[in-house]
Design a protein around this ligand. Structure first.
Ligand code: SF4
Length: 186
């Protein structure tokens, strides 16, 4: 997928991020911090949608420096971001997480990674979906899938409701959600 630019990221988060990434994104903007697993989940997703390593560093620096300061950011966090892009250590080019991997993760207290369809309580999930713009009828369909533990189908129905278009393949990767969304919006 093509490059995205840092100045478009707020808008893209609203229009084309799946709920798991939107949640991490909003928490980062709100708290100016994310724990390691959240940074990995969101960071690799952003890499996958085409944020280059310099923009990625600028993005995380902007938020983290508000909380931990610039010096600590450079010392404790910048390495990991470059590492995700294969610029440090073993130079492995890490790939973004699939839905399956995210759904099977086990977020603890204070964590914001994971799949909201699986890991949020019902009330929080309803509130988050409604903030995204899911109407009450689609909401009940989504919640029905959640009750059946069909989390990816719940995400697919959310996608379809928000884009007023079918997603026949179903959602199996956050980056697929993003690229399918962008295709429809362009
Ligand atoms: Fe994210 Fe996949 Fe869960 Fe959708 S189903 S919220 S893309 S992990």
């Amino acid at each position: 997928y093509g490059e995205i630019s840092l100045k478009d990221i707020d808008q893209l988060a609203k229009s084309s991020f799946p709920l798991c990434m939107r949640h991490l994104y909003e928490k980062l903007r709100e708290d100016h911090h994310l724990k390691h697993a959240g940074r990995m989940q969101l960071g690799l997703f952003l890499k996958g949608v085409g944020l280059n390593v310099d923009d990625s560093l600028a993005f995380w620096r902007e938020e983290f420096s508000k909380k931990v300061g610039l010096e600590k950011f450079e010392k404790n966090y910048a390495y990991n971001i470059r590492h995700n892009y294969g610029k440090e250590g073993k130079k492995t080019d890490y790939t973004p997480y699939s839905c399956q991997k995210i759904i099977l993760s086990t977020p603890g207290v204070g964590d914001h990674h994971g799949c909201p369809y699986r890991h949020f309580g019902e009330e929080n999930l309803r509130a988050a979906l409604s903030r995204m713009g899911v109407n009450s009828r689609a909401m009940e369909d989504v919640m029905g899938k959640v009750r059946n533990r069909d989390y990816q189908l719940a995400c697919t129905l959310t996608f379809e409701a928000l884009h007023a278009a079918p997603c026949d393949a179903g959602i199996n990767h956050p980056n697929q959600y993003f690229s399918d969304s962008q295709k429809l919006l362009k």
